[in-house]
Design a protein around this ligand. Structure first.
Ligand code: TEU
Ligand code: CA
Length: 577
């Protein structure tokens, strides 16, 4: 998925454009404004913030971020206004896939801290009304997990069937043509028992056999373990890959080859099998057996709205399926965004959408959506899109300061194994995992070590929390303003959403209106480098006034809705009656 995007990125020359509308910055709102106005579960109104713990804040000078580092930065997160953090895996792991290869599901890796550190993080976060969401890697373990060590020890070990073991088709021939997402055969021969085990991802990440009730029980216990310790829910990793075709049919071969030199295939028999939904229902039962509405967020790059919609079940599966369709439009296309946003509302599922643009697996939005000259303004446009629709927004650390993708410059420096395998076509995911840029001190304030695990990008000199906090026109203050509007305005918090001007090639526009209070806003996003004139008639929404109060950009008087001009990539949020 991320490979194509990555090569497109190389084409852009990056330059800095510091053009920004005037903006008034408000301090974080009082706690009481976070009180629910209705019986909605908390996650419906939350802003979720993804933290890659290796790269957020190092507290002990070893060059690797840790749990205490996150705790030390909670005041920053509170001031930003977010409601929940999702922390990618911090469990014991050989770190082949930087934590997504778990050796023990119920402990903390010493390089990230201790269980006491986790407990302290949860309780300190709670004091600031921030919930902690844990990553749940259900599809596979590490090959260093004691479950797998037992499983591989002999063909008749009681845990043999916890993983997918099969005979080859003949000498040197794996059971079928399935390919790993990370390159080459998805089967590895284990010489000690002369059978192959299946792994959707790295060789060191054997897939669990979810058809085995013992595996199911052990994994539901993992959920209970973290819920008992105060987790507010889970982001479920690679969930569409839980089941494989029992007949092991060959996947269809497509044309061309990928960055690893393998033929492209359709993962037809290892992805989105219907059985996934039986397990999602069980996950939900576990979550629902706890107070406080624990949330389930699914990570699955569903190919279309109907597959995505299935993730909600009948409101008995996940509450927030991540929408990869919206995340990966990968160009500023008013048409595409309008269609996708509208599709969700046309859909009878009635579930809560969940949008994001960046994460630890794909190039950052600053340069993925940036055009090379207006990147900062486009960063604000993407922030507006993320934070003003009715979807629950998910941010990735650093997007709020305009962090960019900074891939390694030589193969020797690559940390992510896919980057070594795919070099130079696929440089791996290091570029979007660089340390958080806090200030202009050593390692951008991330670590006191001589060398941080990934280098701090040169752009940290201009794009960092300390400097941006002081600049009223910064990307950081723009995010703060938006998050605060989302919290305080009934229209943005609870409102219905209706897309406008379906023929407009340049501008995405929508109305959010809260049925209860009548509070309404008009949001318009110019996705082009042209000055664009617009005209709005909102009478169909019972909004009769021809003028509105512009909140972004903040203007003194009212502006006319019949004669609006949007500068290149400009956004507008107008309160309307
Ligand atoms: O990624 C799961 C996964 O399947 C991704 O390939 C995803 O579909 C893709 O990024 C969409 O663009 C998860 C983790 O997020 C990733 O970091 C891990 O490497 C992977 O699982 C294996 O655990
Ligand atoms: Ca550390």
């Amino acid at each position: 998925m991320f490979r194509a995007v990555r090569s497109i990125l190389l084409l852009f020359t990056l330059s800095l454009a510091l053009s920004a509308p005037e903006l008034v910055v408000h301090a974080a709102p009082p706690e009481t404004s976070k009180t629910q106005s209705s019986a909605d579960p908390w996650w419906k109104h939350a802003v979720v913030y993804e933290i890659y713990p290796r790269s957020f804040q190092d507290s002990n000078g070893d060059g690797i971020g840790d749990l205490n580092g996150i705790t030390a930065r909670l005041d920053y997160l509170h001031d930003l206004g977010i409601d929940a953090i999702w922390i990618t895996p911090f469990f014991p792991s050989p770190q082949i896939d930087f934590g997504y290869d778990i050796a023990d599901y119920s402990a903390v890796d010493p390089q990230f801290g201790t269980m006491a550190d986790f407990d302290r993080l949860v309780s300190e976060a709670k004091k600031r009304n921030i919930r902690v969401i844990v990553d749940y890697v259900a599809n596979h373990t590490s090959d260093q997990n004691s479950w797998f060590k037992e499983s591989r020890s002999s063909r008749d070990n009681p845990k043999r069937d916890w993983y997918i073991w099969r005979d080859g088709k003949g000498p040197g021939k794996p059971p079928n043509n399935w390919f790993s997402w990370f390159g080459h055969s998805a089967w590895t021969l284990d010489s000690s028992t002369n059978q192959y085990y299946y792994h959707y991802f790295y060789t060191e990440q054997p897939d669990l056999n979810w058809r085995n009730p013992e595996v199911q029980k052990a994994m539901y216990d993992v959920m209970r373990f973290w819920l008992d310790r105060g987790a507010a829910g889970f982001r479920i990793d690679a969930v569409s890959r839980l089941f494989e075709d029992p007949e092991l049919r060959d996947d269809p071969i497509l044309s061309g080859t990928n960055a690893y030199g393998d033929p492209n295939i359709e993962h037809k028999y290892t992805d989105n099998l219907p059985e996934v939904h039986d397990i999602l229902k069980e996950f939900r039962k576990v979550a629902d057996s706890y107070p406080g509405n624990p949330v389930l967020i699914s990570e699955a790059d569903q190919p279309n709205i109907s597959e995505l919609t299935k993730m909600y079940g009948n409101d008995d599966e996940v509450q927030l399926p991540m929408d990869f369709q919206v995340a990966d439009v990968n160009k500023l296309s008013a048409r595409d965004f309008r269609r996708l946003l509208n599709e969700v509302d046309d859909n009878s599922a009635g579930g809560q959408p969940h949008y994001f643009f960046s994460n630890h697996d794909q190039p950052r939005q600053w340069d993925r959506y940036g055009n090379g000259t207006h990147n900062d303004q486009i960063a604000k446009l993407m922030a507006t899109l993320l934070l003003t629709t009715r979807a629950t927004p998910q941010m990735y650390y650093g997007e709020e300061i305009g962090m960019r993708t900074t891939p390694p410059t030589s193969k020797e420096d690559v940390k992510d194994p896919v980057g070594k395998l795919g070099w130079p076509v696929d440089k791996g995911r290091d570029g979007e995992r660089t340390p958080m840029q806090w200030d202009t001190s050593k390692n951008a304030g991330f670590s006191l070590a001589e060398k941080s695990w990934l280098p701090v990008p040169p752009s940290a000199a201009q794009y960092n929390v300390q400097d941006e906090a002081r600049d009223p026109n910064s990307i950081l203050n723009f995010y703060k303003k938006l998050i605060s509007l989302r919290r305080t305005m009934p229209a943005l918090r609870n409102g219905d959403q209706t897309m406008l001007n379906f023929d407009d090639q340049n501008v995405v526009a929508y109305v959010r209106k809260d049925a209860k209070t009548g509070d309404a806003v008009l949001v318009a996003l110019n996705m082009t480098a042209e000055n664009t004139k617009l005209k709005f008639d909102l009478s169909q929404f019972g909004l009769k006034e021809k003028n509105g109060k512009s909140l972004i950009p903040a203007t003194a008087g009212k502006i006319s809705l019949e004669n609006v001009t949007l500068q290149p990539f400009a956004v507008m949020i107008v309160q309307v009656r």
